[in-house]
Design a protein around this ligand. Sequence first.
Ligand code: NAD
Ligand SMILES: O=C[C@H](O)CS(=O)(=O)O
Length: 472
Amino acid sequence: MEHYPILIDGEWIQTEEKLEVKDKYSGETVAAVSVASKQLAERAVTAAQKAYSTNRLSPYRRYEILKKTSELLLEHKQELARIITQEVGKTMKESVTEVERTAQTFEISAEEAKRIHGEGVPVESSPGAENRLAFTIRMPVGVVCAITPFNVPLNLVAHKIGPAIAAGNAVVLKPASVTPLIALKLTQLLETAGLPSGYLNLVIGSGSSIGSWLARDERINLYTFTGSPAVGKALKQATGLRKVLLELGSNSAVVVHHDADLNLAVDMCVNKSFANAGQVCISVQRIYVHKDIYEDFKARFVARTQALRTGSPFDPETDIGPMISVKEAARTEQWVQEALQAGARLECGGQRTGAMFQPTVLSGVRDDMKVTCEELFAPVVGITEYAELDECIKRINLSRFGLQAGIFTTSLTTAFHAAKAIHVGGMIVNDASQFRADLMPYGGVKESGWGKEGPKYAIHEMTEERIIVFNL
Ligand SMILES: NC(=O)c1ccc[n+]([C@@H]2O[C@H](COP(=O)([O-])OP(=O)(O)OC[C@H]3O[C@@H](n4cnc5c(N)ncnc54)[C@H](O)[C@@H]3O)[C@@H](O)[C@H]2O)c1
Ligand SMILES: O=C[C@H](O)CS(=O)(=O)O
């Protein structure tokens, strides 16, 4: 069995302490990776600091390296997709899409590296500031620490590393400990693409040890974290006044209004409720359907859901693979049972075999049930009916999360009204909440996080504005 090293200051280091990586469908151990000690985590930060301060890459060189990485990703598409499918459990179709999107994220980051600029500031128009000339420039923040989750283990790493390097920073990356292999492969590709030593340092291990050492290391200038709200809050508390970008969870809602194109709504909602076994932060979790079309929508949605096939994620016929662990599937089962005992109705699904959870539709769910108000992160959807749109919007806004939401309607007026009234970071009209193009500004409000991703926006977050004033 392969035992992979970690990368610090250009040196691939194999440690005695190992972490086993499992195939999430078969449960078999497929590889081992080296675990970083506290000393190695500190060396990773030292290396990033040295790279940043001594070996500044020109914007054009950053462009070249990121562009080359994008090309290498596409060259190795199938191999990379297989690694994702094995260590996450998502289907090959989904993994191939993730690799293609990652190539896009690097390409966009490469392009953005060439257009980081400040602006002229007319300070001479202030009284007493005659003969002054001023402009701003954007400076890299320095050392960026990227901490990433299991569910999209390649593209969400890319959304951190791509913009950080484009902006001229150096990075310490800590991927999720259950999905480290694809982050390792990406690190190798960046090295092949010409990224000099120290610009990317990869440390692997448990969040509670490595994550908390990194959180306390004052030499890190900015943290970019994607993961659960609980860990995000702890990270924010541990890092004091330093900048922390947080992409956290949600319980995304979709409204299907009485004037919606029903075929489109059913299609989109089915596709975007169960992708990656519902383990997507903007996965559809709550569907609010107008009472006039409720029964029709529910019948069609349930029929389509029942036609989905679960099984090996390597089988091209499979729509839904396993969840990340038996523990998470058992937690889902318990939440569904609690909802049923509290009065919800099981329309389909509900069964679990190990880490495999059948796609599940619940009706009659209430806003205070865990399956509605907490983040489910599983292939389970609750459908509820509403009579008045404003009442429905009020219920949606009760959530302590606010990442993205969707509405299906053929009325522009209704769409605009909902887009303004629903408190989220992104509102999707005539598609479900789970829409993301990698160049768009992406991030939540409330407990869904703080700060925006999308290379252009992340670069803005990962640079500091400095004003320069000349007395002429
Ligand atoms: N908003 C988004 O863009 C987005 C995208 C994907 C996933 N997510 C969220 O991520 C969650 C699922 O992913 P997960 O289970 O891997 O999340 P998680 O919070 O358990 O882990 C995320 C990362 O944090 C690390 N970590 C754990 N404890 C830590 C600590 N004390 N200090 C520092 N780091 C620590 C983990 O090792 C991992 O690398 C869901 O809540 C999902 O909504 C959000
Ligand atoms: O899990 C949440 C992700 O940010 C969604 S996406 O894979 O980036 O579309």
